[in-house]
Design a binder for this molecule. Structure first.
Ligand code: ADP
Length: 446
């Protein structure tokens, strides 16, 4: 970057310098031409005065001059010329400067000479006897001026090159130094500082990106921690039934179980195995939700799905003499049928599991403000107030032993919460300890 800035400064300095030099040369050329013309005019006036006084004798007294001097008679014939043979010269009456001098007393013109590619300047003055004195000189060409100035120009160019090199290197270093000194972890420290004024937008961008990176890092760490905790919990949850199974199996294997107790032992093994199966199923569901379930959402008839869930829980309800009822009407939502089933099933399953003998569970499916509303109300044991904020957490149980006794995994409500979120809905819970619980799920209608 430093060399790029250096090159830019250097190129700009040299360009400005060369442009100025060219401008100065053009200006000098025009100034010198003007000077040459006015000198020619003065010299012509003087020569005319001399000729008026002394005639041709005056010209003969003149030293070899820079000027060409021609004396022209009133009829245009050449009376004297200090450079050419007057006898060979043509009539000069038609020359522009001569014509003008005859008419107005003084005339001048500029033209290229017929033989040389050099521009000649002419000035002519008429005398009292009708003759005309004319002086001419070669106009200075621009390259003559350049050649004349070559040496000082070269010296100035060299000095300018060295100076711009020095300045460009100093300036580029001065620009880059504070930028390199920025600590990217604390860009806000440089705000409002004079030398960082121009790069403040960059500093602000770095700052916002740093904040974003920090947020992302925290999120990643949090997710990793949650995963770690989850894995530890899963291992722990699996260990208990596996230990139980291997314990029962060992007793059976060693013939330590009386023949009448074999059946209940096998029943225990089966129920522990079922617990493991349920746990694995719940974990699979949760993992699917965690990875952002990408199944296609379909138009679903919610009441029918709720009816299916209630039907499959009928046996469990009647086992506890619980009155399980469903009411409501057809409401369509856009969703994943399996997930919607899982939401209703898990809430109703809990309403039965954490109920009292002979209690009741009421499921209602209604429509309100363009939303589908699922309400599951039970007359169960209720949830203590300080647990209400935790029941949707993974592996949280109000009463661990009761949950295990009824085959709970502690994952049901976290699956419900995730699935509701996936459908853009909301879930709420109201409960009174000892009286019952009411879950309300609101889902946007199809
Ligand atoms: P679990 O598999 O243990 O039922 P959940 O995630 O489904 O796990 O529920 C978490 C906890 O919330 C349960 O262990 C229970 O203590 C409490 N709970 C859930 N639903 C009810 C309910 N309807 N009545 C009383 N307690 C409930």
């Amino acid at each position: 970057m430093s060399s790029k800035i250096f090159n830019s400064i250097w190129i700009v300095a040299i360009t400005v310098f060369l442009a100025s030099l060219l401008f100065i040369m053009c200006f000098s050329y025009s100034y010198f031409t003007h000077l040459q013309k006015s000198q020619l005019k003065n010299e012509t006036e003087l020569a005319a005065q001399g000729a008026e006084l002394s005639g041709e004798a005056f010209f003969n007294t003149l030293p070899a001059e820079d000027y060409r001097i021609t004396w022209i008679a009133a009829d245009g014939s050449v009376l004297y010329d200090n450079e050419a043979d007057k006898a060979m010269m043509e009539n000069h009456l038609e020359r522009e400067e001569v014509k003008q001098a005859i008419e107005e007393g003084y005339g001048e013109s500029a033209r290229y000479s017929s033989s040389l590619a050099i521009k000649q300047l002419y000035a002519a003055k008429s005398l009292s006897d009708g003759t005309v004195v004319r002086l001419s000189i070669a106009q200075m060409a621009i390259w003559t001026l350049f050649i004349g100035f070559a040496q000082p120009i070269c010296i100035v160019i060299l000095i300018a090159l060295a100076l711009s090199f020095f300045i460009a290197s100093k300036v580029s270093k001065a620009i880059v130094k504070p930028i390199n000194a920025i600590d990217p972890d604390h860009p806000e420290d440089y705000y409002d500082r004079e030398e960082y004024k121009e790069v403040e937008p960059l500093l602000r961008r770095i700052s916002s990106q740093q904040a974003e990176i920090k947020r992302d890092r925290e999120q990643i760490e949090k997710t990793a921690l949650i995963r770690q905790e989850f894995t530890a919990n899963v291992s722990h949850e699996l260990k208990t039934p596996l230990h139980a199974i291997s314990g029962y199996a060992e007793l059976l294997e060693n013939g330590m179980v009386k023949s009448e107790d074999v059946k209940p032992f096998l029943g225990k093994i089966r129920s522990e195995a079922m617990r493991i199966t349920k746990l694995v199923e719940d974990i699979i569901d949760l993992t699917k939700l965690d990875n952002g379930n990408d199944e296609e959402k379909l138009d679903c008839e919610l009441y029918r799905i709720a009816e299916n869930a209630v039907d499959s829980l009928e046996v469990a309800a009647s086992a506890q003499n619980i009155n399980l009822e469903i009411e409501g009407s057809d409401v369509h939502v856009k969703g994943i049928p399996q997930m919607l089933y899982s939401i209703i099933y898990n809430i109703c399953d809990n309403a039965i599991k954490y109920n009292k003998m002979g209690g009741s569970v009421n499921v209602s499916i209604t429509e309100k403000n363009n939303n589908a509303v699922i309400v599951v109300k039970d007359t169960g044991i209720g949830i203590p107030e300080d647990s209400l904020g935790h029941i949707f957490e993974r592996f949280y149980r109000v009463d661990k032993s009761r949950s295990k006794e009824v085959g709970g995994t502690g994952l049901g409500l976290s699956i419900v919460k995730h699935a509701v979120k996936l459908h853009g809905g909301q879930i709420e819970v109201n409960s009174k300890l000892g009286e019952g619980t009411e879950f309300t799920v609101v889902l946007p209608k199809a």
